[in-house]
Design a protein around this ligand. Sequence first.
Ligand code: URP
Ligand code: ZN
Ligand code: ZN
Length: 479
Amino acid sequence: MSLLIKNGRVITATDDYFADVFVDGGTVKQIGKDLAVKAETVLDATGKLVIPGGIDPHTHMDMPFGGTFSSDDFDTGTVAAAFGGTTTIIDYAIQTRGKSALEGLDAWHKKAEGKAAIDYAFHMILTDMPEERISEMRRLADDGVTSYKMFMAYPGVLYADDGTLYRAFRQAGADGSRVCLHAENGIVIDEIIKGAVQDKKLAPIWHARTRPTRMEAESVHRAIAIAELAGASLYIVHLSSADGLEQIKLGRMRGVDVHAETCPQYLFLDESAYLSEGNGGFEGAKWVMSPPLREKGNQDALWQGLRLHHVHSVATDHCPFFFNGTWKPGDPSPERPGKELGRAGFNKIPNGAPGVENRMALMYQGGVVEGRLSLNRFVEVTSTFAAKIFGLFPRKGTIAVGSDADIVVFDPNRTETISVNNPRTHRMRVDYSAFEGFTVKGYPDTVISRGRIVVDKGSQQAKGGGQFIRRARAGELLR
Ligand code: URP
Ligand code: ZN
Ligand code: ZN
């Protein structure tokens, strides 16, 4: 299908100009003023921004976690992502402890294949990596999975000890793969949690009080030191605090190859959410995620980090769980259990929150409208940087001749109030919004994935069609 986007203002991470964009066969074929080409579909983008489709490099669709599964799968989650202006996700596949990572990858391919509305790639969560299976890491990279996630949190579940980190970091460094890291000292945190539970401190606020920012900073510091020795390229996911950010700056000043990602929840929300009234004191469970929401002062530090290039990317860590699940123990699973699993104590609340649909609009509002980020920087942190660091560039993350036509026609004047009750802002399969009541100016009007219009003016135009993207290794370009 051919498509001509006329008269828009084209913004990339580096450019800003008025032009027409001609798309054919899924890629951008021409960019220029008043293009004299015939196209099957013509979109008038007068007064609109024409930006690269968003790339969300941190999602958890259909993820087994906290005694249940995240409530969006690759169908509902990617449709929601598209409505919000995201055209590629990098989801986290999981290697089960003691089993092959390649089996884990197969399982995630099965979850996504034929369902996704937009393109997707995988990172691989490594839970263990004994010497005899370490060659699997190179096989993953050969199969286009060129990054891993490892956890310093969640002992007994996803946690990897320092020896495992070092072994995997060395292999990743040798293979040209990158390591994403959940940096929280789970061993110490578990001790703090035990004390809180003994003292009957069970309300959602204790989720935040038992996970201090120092334990994020300590893990960021330790991971950087291990990566420095091992020669690995490190990417700290969901950075939440000024304390943690200080360690990123120190590591980078020392010349370590470390980058940082934050998420809208840490830029827009704070720990007072855990004290929200309602639902018998359980309302705050909606925001139980790890790391937790922090004291408000951390928001400014993270925004400044984005502005000054100490923080490089904004992902969502989309991991939704129903709030009012109808599931009861023993039910043959009519619906996935959700936050109610933790009614008796914060430490049993499934960790995670929804957001894949809200990221682009929130970042445009908080960044561009409120004057914290330039338009170019907005594009960079929501798309281009992730494409570059995770081996998707230049197919993804920019608008250029030869690139995939993953394009968003973004209306800078459209105002929406984000709400679970507003179908224009909430397609995610979850019964609440983490950003309920936030008003944003600027919203995606038309969302195009490899030349297919997936969403136009609030209505879904295509189902499925998303493809698995094999990513390049560090330093290589994706053809
Ligand atoms: O609470 C969170 N973040 N849940 C998803 C898993 C993770 O740690 O990223
Ligand atoms: Zn994590
Ligand atoms: Zn995550």
